[in-house]
Design a binder for this molecule. Structure first.
Ligand SMILES: Nc1ncnc2c1ncn2[C@@H]1O[C@H](COP(=O)(O)OP(=O)(O)OP(=O)(O)O)[C@@H](O)[C@H]1O
Ligand SMILES: [Mg+2]
Length: 466
């Protein structure tokens, strides 16, 4: 492949040009020549050249001017400069300006061959890398899959806020990638400490305070030695307060002090120590509503909401569904040693029509299951859960916003019943502050039936509490 490369030799001395031309021809390269920099530039602009070998001293435009003209045009063509024995300094100057390497006259055949091959090979690798990166960019960013414009805004925000110490508040339904975002912010922050995730809902309220702030020996019964809290553990790193609305209000007050004063006070002592942490918080509730309903202190919310990242539900970025599905197929096929499986058209249709109440996590689980049960053949409808098929066949023609309470589109019994059901479910969910278990009880239906109806009517589960 390298052998068929097209090399341009620029040298004002005819003999010098000729010698390189013969030598490169013998090595199997296609060669063009130019007598000065200006002519070389013209050839490069109009012909496909893979490598430039140029003399430095030339009339009209010398080697350095040629090099800087190329780089000025954004042309990354690899350039090798030829220099006379004893004038290596000028070649070094050229390399500082972006030349790949230099060769010294009188020419040594082996040296020319080695340097030329090296330049072409490294250029090929660079191009390959750019190609792969471009491919990746087309699918998403880093480990994020998704090219929907809302997701591009998220990637941009992550890149913008990561290097600062600003607190970030991430909201979005369950499974939309909030933790993925938090980790990406930490990774791009350059902060030297750890990423410490704290699932505030999973830690019992009684021990949350000591988990967060640490304690000294004797602070309470059972505190038989000093213990460092999660905040101190994350010194110079990032604390991820997941499900922040689940922190009891009195602990939120203490949290506010940490955020405002950058100090931490272990339980059982009055001593403050300085702490350097970046805080990222997340919730799958509506944060404004959580404040209004008294689950989240307003001052804590404002302190944390310096930058807000809201992750759109998967049903609002349908164009990403198949991209995500395919990348999960690739992941699980690799794990199971299968060749990459295809999705049948019917399966694609089902996947794009389904409302994904559990978002990307649900999609990933469903694909993992499908890959396993497909046993290495094409993924078809039958490999997807039965309830997805049911939801699709019973779906209403339009996805509507039903919380206006009206009975629009009531032109037949089926639509009227649907409209009424949706109104009642929305009301029940609102009264139950998003708790599906409670909403189901008040509607006197099972949770399973409620789930089914949520899917059927594509009712968002923004304030989900599983
Ligand atoms: N854009 C994406 N590209 C690839 N994988 C994703 C994307 N978004 C989410 N995921 C994957 O989906 C799963 C759920 O993501 P994550 O745990 O970040 O969601 P979450 O919003 O924190 O959910 P929850 O509120 O339930 O905790 C993870 O396995 C994550 O890697
Ligand atoms: Mg999470």
């Amino acid at each position: 492949m390298l052998q068929s490369a097209h090399v341009l030799v620029a040298d004002d001395e005819k003999n010098g040009r000729r010698m390189l031309e013969i030598l490169l021809n013998q090595l199997g390269f296609q060669v063009s020549t130019a007598a000065d920099g200006a002519e070389a530039l013209e050839i490069i602009r109009t012909t496909s050249i893979d490598l430039l070998i140029t003399d430095l001293n030339m009339p009209k435009m010398d080697g350095l001017a040629l090099l800087s003209a190329l780089r000025g045009e954004g042309n990354e063509l690899p350039v090798i400069v030829v220099t006379a024995y004893g004038t290596v300094e000028s070649a070094v100057a050229a390399m500082k300006q972006g030349a790949f390497d230099f060769i010294v006259r009188p020419l040594d055949v082996e040296q020319v061959e080695m340097v030329v091959h090296h330049a072409l090979e490294s250029c090929r690798l660079k191009q390959e890398n750019t190609f792969l990166r471009d491919q990746l960019d087309k699918k998403g960013w880093g480990e994020f899959i998704g090219q929907n414009s809302a997701m591009h805004n998220v990637y941009d925000l992550i890149k913008q806020v990561a290097p600062s110490k600003a607190s970030v508040f991430i909201s979005g339904e369950t499974g939309t990638g909030k933790e993925l975002v938090a980790r990406a912010i930490h990774r791009h922050s350059g902060r030297s400490g750890l990423f410490v995730p704290i699932n505030c809902a999973a830690i019992p309220a009684s021990i949350l305070e000591s988990e967060l702030f640490g304690y000294v020996r004797g602070a309470f019964t059972g505190a038989d030695k000093d213990r460092i809290g999660k905040f101190e553990f994350a010194h110079q790193g990032t604390v991820f307060l997941d499900e922040i609305t689940e922190i009891p209000l009195e602990i939120q007050t203490k949290l506010l002090r940490v955020l405002q004063e950058n100090t931490i006070e272990r339980l059982g002592t009055n001593r403050n120590s300085k702490i350097d942490i970046r805080v990222i918080a997340a919730t799958n509730r509506n944060p404004r509503l959580a404040v209004d309903q008294g689950h989240l202190r307003e001052d804590v919310y404002y302190r944390l909401n310096v930058v807000n990242i809201n992750l759109p539900p998967l049903r609002d970025r349908q164009d990403d569904t198949l991209l995500l599905a395919n990348s999960f197929i690739e992941k699980y096929c690799k794990q199971l040693g299968y060749p990459k499986l295809q999705l049948s058209t019917a399966a694609c249709e089902l996947l794009t029509a389904y409302p994904w109440p559990g978002n990307v996590r649900e999609l990933e689980n469903i694909i993992e299951r499908a890959v396993v049960i497909s046993r290495g053949s094409k993924i078809d409808e039958e490999h997807l859960p039965q309830e997805m098929v049911m939801v699709e066949s019973q779906q209403l023609p339009l996805q509507r916003q039903y919380d206006d309470g009206g009975l629009q589109d009531c032109d037949n019994l089926e639509n009227c019943v649907a409209s009424l059901e949706i109104r009642m479910i929305n009301n029940a969910l609102q009264n139950a502050e998003g708790s599906k278990a409670q909403a189901a009880r008040s509607l006197k239906i099972s949770e399973r039936t409620l789930w089914y109806k949520l899917k059927k009517y594509k009712i968002g589960v923004t304030y989900a509490e599983e």
